[in-house]
Design a binder for this molecule. Structure first.
Ligand SMILES: [Zn+2]
Length: 409
């Protein structure tokens, strides 16, 4: 065996399960069990929690780290798209690569081993974002698997040339297609076109959906109907769904059951929704974060993710998914151990399922991806924002954080 990670509490085993060893050979998990005897490199997890890597299901690395370039806007009419669109000409391929690289590095340092990143494609940015992220994904394959979701941020039906660029990016290998109907003059037409393209190029779908000041006119019903009509269940994700936070629980439960039946998953993006929602009010500002645990309870698969880092949609951030889940737990007011454990699931196996990753998890034969966190349980990791201390990708160590030590006099 090339590597043995000893004394690890596996995140996908029941609470109280004793620590075990993970043996990795040729980049893949070769054995899991107590007291594995073998030669090779050893890492002692010391009874800490290990997961098969955190999964960032929704982030925009191509437009991260631009907040300092964007003009200030009035609070009430604030629009992230209006902030980014005028500076797209500054986002060259090299500039995009460099910014995205710093963000990708931070994601890896905070325990991510898999990622779906949204990539904007339109005449303003051309294929520069696509090409920068494509190159970056290749260059960082040693640390993280990056999948691109191409999408029209500034509208599809109202922005001539965007459709052609989306088609080009699908022909050049993008496996996921996104959307943002809120920023289209004809949102329903955009959604129809996304489903049409997804069928033609056989891609999964991951759409930004239902952010706004009232729960009226939710697009999610159209997305669900098209998912059912075209039998795309299990391959459709809707991100944000902030409007669900404006509905009473029984109405949310009804929508959740419909989404679960159709096979539509939900990604909640707490930092962005907290930052953008409630701009129509100057007091009693709504939180605007959908309760993913409530959705899970009604059968929907959910993930929690970062969305943006240091740009007008999300001016703050550190790429820590564990911190994001802690923020979310505060906002939706969770305190029970099983609820916090479920938050950890929404960074790990639930996220992997949402991305249709077939080789994720602590199972013999799967990639030797292991992240050790400075906690003993998933619940503790979320409650205390546990730092990842070590990460391994395909059996090779990629991250080292030393646990802090108190120096007594
Ligand atoms: Zn997004």
């Amino acid at each position: 065996m090339d590597l043995i990670i000893r004394n690890a509490r596996l995140s996908d085993r029941p609470a109280g399960h004793p620590p075990v060893d993970i043996g990795i050979e040729d980049g893949r998990i070769a054995a899991i069990g107590p007291g594995l005897a073998a030669q090779g490199e050893v890492y002692d997890a010391g009874g800490r929690l290990a997961c098969p890597g955190l999964v960032e299901t929704h982030i925009h690395i191509d437009k991260s780290r631009i907040i300092d370039r964007c003009a200030p806007q009035p609070r009430a009419t604030y629009s992230p798209v209006k902030g980014v669109a005028p500076i797209k000409d500054t986002m060259t391929l090299e500039d995009t690569y460099r910014r995205a690289e710093r963000t990708l590095q931070e994601c890896v340092l905070h325990g991510a081993t898999r990622m779906r990143t949204q990539v904007e494609v339109d005449p303003g940015i051309g294929m520069r974002g696509f090409e920068a992220v494509e190159a970056l994904a290749r260059d960082y394959k040693w640390a993280i698997d990056v999948e691109m979701c191409v999408f029209p941020q500034e509208g599809l039906t109202n922005y001539p040339g965007t459709d052609e660029l989306l088609v080009e990016s699908l022909k050049r290998g993008a496996r996921v297609l996104g959307g943002a109907p809120r920023y289209d003059t004809d949102g329903p037409a955009q959604i129809d076109r996304i489903f049409e393209l997804a069928r033609e190029y056989d891609t999964d779908i991951d759409i930004h959906l239902d952010v706004g000041p009232t729960p009226d006119g939710m697009y999610v019903h159209q997305v669900r109907e098209l998912t059912e009509k075209y039998k795309r269940g299990g391959r459709v994700v809707v991100g944000h769904m902030a409007k669900l936070s404006l509905l009473p629980p029984d109405e949310v439960a009804k929508i959740a059951r419909q989404l679960a039946d159709a096979g539509v998953a939900v990604t909640v993006l707490p930092a962005t929704d907290l930052f953008l929602m409630g701009r129509n009010r100057d007091h009693s500002v709504v939180r605007g974060v959908a309760d993913a645990n409530h959705l899970c309870a009604h059968g929907v698969n959910c993930s929690l993710s970062s969305n943006n880092i240091l740009n007008p949609a999300t001016p703050l951030g550190d790429c820590s998914l564990v911190r994001m889940a802690n923020l979310y737990a505060n906002v939706v007011q969770l305190d029970r151990p099983e609820q916090l454990t479920e938050c950890f699931d929404m960074l790990t196996w639930r996220s992997a399922k949402l991305l249709n990753l077939k080789d994720y998890g602590f199972k013999v034969g799967n990639p030797g991806d292991v992240v050790v966190l400075n906690a003993e349980s998933p619940k503790q990791a979320i409650a205390e924002i546990a730092q990842p201390l070590a990460a391994f990708k395909n059996g090779k160590r990629t991250v080292r954080w030393d646990a802090p030590v108190l120096l007594r006099p």
